[in-house]
Design a protein around this ligand. Structure first.
Ligand SMILES: [Zn+2]
Length: 226
């Protein structure tokens, strides 16, 4: 079953419709993203392919929630009737680490946070993620990668990744939020060139040729994983 395939699974009281987000392994359950962009973890054997179109572009609820915050922001959250306020210390994949005045650190899911004061109020937020996702999708389609998936990841070491096995191009969300738009477009084209040139090309002449053809800067980035 390929990533992006329309699938369904049964719960005691309903049937959930979604798309395959991540394949299962011997140890881990498969992941399904539903129409509200919520991710479910389900044993792959319980998934049934359903009719419908594939979904190759995925912006998760978490992508959008997490996009509101940066390290240093002042936030509040409730716990057992008490309102706590603190500074975002670290942005983990699904939760933020918030440091209170007392020095205590709490790990809080993004959807429970309220932003009080940001370091830079004019910075990009979830709208940017959506806009770049549309742009990247249209570039991928234009260059013949309709079957390839697009998504965002937590990486801070690499700006973009090209996963040949699952046919996924993923973009670093922090790069998408805080990078220059022209650099982000260049990253997208860089990864598209990898997808077209194939895994053996690396940053060699074949890849460079494709990169130049499609308008990517033909260089390997310092921060890059294929
Ligand atoms: Zn590269």
């Amino acid at each position: 079953m390929k990533i992006g395939t329309p699938v369904e699974f049964k719960l005691p009281d309903k049937v959930v419709h979604g798309h395959l987000y991540k394949k299962g392994t011997l140890r881990n359950r498969a992941q399904v993203i539903d129409n509200s962009n919520i991710i479910w973890r389900v044993p792959e054997g319980l998934l049934k392919v359903r009719k419908g179109s594939r979904r190759n572009t995925i912006v998760t609820k978490l992508d959008l929630e997490r996009s509101k915050y940066r390290v240093g922001d002042l936030v509040t959250f409730h716990s057992r009737g008490t309102v706590h306020s603190g500074i975002i210390f670290k942005l983990n994949p699904t939760k933020a680490v918030v440091q209170l005045k007392s020095g205590d650190q709490w790990t809080v899911p993004y959807n429970l946070l309220q932003l009080v004061l940001s370091q830079n109020p004019s910075r990009a937020s979830s709208g940017r993620v959506q806009k770049i996702s549309d742009k990247a999708r249209s570039l991928m389609d234009t260059h013949g990668l309709k079957e390839w998936n697009l998504r965002f990841d937590e990486s801070i070491r690499s700006l973009g990744k090209c996963n040949y096995r699952d046919r996924i191009i993923s973009l670093s969300r922090s790069h998408v939020l805080d990078g220059k738009e022209e650099d982000i477009i260049d990253t997208i084209l860089h990864e598209i060139a990898h997808a077209i040139a194939g895994p053996k090309a690396r940053h060699g002449p074949e890849w460079k040729k494709v990169a130049i053809q499609i308008g990517a800067t033909p260089r390997s980035y310092f921060k890059h994983e294929e």
